[in-house]
Design a protein around this ligand. Structure first.
Ligand SMILES: [Fe+2]
Ligand SMILES: [Fe+2]
Length: 280
């Protein structure tokens, strides 16, 4: 169904106004195999869903840990509008200046203010403005400030936007579920990342916010959350240091598609779980 673009744009300042968009969110891209899986899946997903925006979590893009400017450039060149990050943001030093200079890559907004980068981004396409917020959970993760207080600062920073997607990068399901309820009716979508395992709770909450506890990862399903399974098992068996490498077994793209017709509201959220297409 096509919508009259001019009417959407004119009306976009009001709550409940028309603001049609489809937002594809892609879970943590793990290593070169994850990046290649994204590149191989995107043409199919573009045709199938015709996304207005594509947002991807890139915190594991560089060999499983962190992201380099070259990785980020590759993702942007593939058509990713905004890259979100997480606890592995600072693993690669060469990304630090890039985080300060590139407005379309965000790290958790509740990191310390002194840490490189920013926590929010706004992009515009087809007359629709999308705000993206990255926020980190506080349980078992090192985030300098509270997710639940800093989210307010981050949302205020976005200004006038038609849609808001929040990537809540957290270990604990409880924190993510609570953030979903906390923001229900105030943002378009709250999507969880970090565990690399997709959850079965995707739904639109009563006030119109799309929610999922974890979208999963874009990477090798045949490993242990991205790592070669024999190495992960050896580490757990021996309690001795083991060098971790990214698995190349059974790569999948995992994410969600959020469809919207009204400002700051989701009509639906659909899981996207797609094996990497076989080479032609
Ligand atoms: Fe991750
Ligand atoms: Fe993470």
């Amino acid at each position: 169904m096509s919508e009259p673009q001019a009417a959407e744009t004119e009306a976009s300042g009001r709550p409940g106004a028309r603001a049609a968009a489809r937002i594809l969110f892609v879970g943590d891209i793990v290593g070169g195999i994850g990046r290649q899986t994204l590149l191989d899946c995107l043409p199919v997903l573009r045709e199938r869903y015709q996304p207005t925006f594509i947002v991807a979590n890139g915190e594991n893009a560089a060999g499983g840990l962190g992201i380099t400017p070259k990785n980020a450039d590759q993702l942007f060149a593939a058509g990713i509008d905004v890259i979100t990050l997480g606890n592995h943001t600072y693993h690669r030093r060469e990304i630090y200046p890039y985080l300060d200079s590139n407005a379309a890559i965000v790290r958790p907004a509740n990191f310390l203010r002194s840490q490189p980068g920013r926590g929010t981004a706004v992009v515009e396409r087809d007359g629709v403005r999308l705000g993206v917020v990255n926020i980190s959970g506080n349980l078992y993760l090192r985030a300098g400030r509270s997710a639940f207080t800093e989210i307010e600062v981050a949302l205020a920073e976005l200004g006038e936007v038609d849609h808001v997607l929040v990537d809540v990068h957290a270990e604990a399901t409880s924190e993510k579920v609570a953030m979903g309820w906390h923001l229900d009716g105030r943002v378009t979508a709250v999507v969880g990342t970090h565990t690399h395992v997709p959850t079965a709770d995707a739904r639109v909450l009563p006030e119109g916010t799309a929610y999922i506890t974890d979208v999963g990862m874009t990477g090798p399903r045949g490993g242990v959350i991205g790592v070669k399974r024999e190495q992960a098992i050896a580490s757990l068996l021996t309690h001795m240091p083991v060098r971790f490498e990214t698995s190349d077994q059974d790569p999948w793209l995992m994410g969600v598609l959020v469809s919207c017709s009204e400002r700051l509201r989701a009509d639906s959220i659909e899981q996207v779980l797609m094996p990497r297409p076989a080479p032609a």
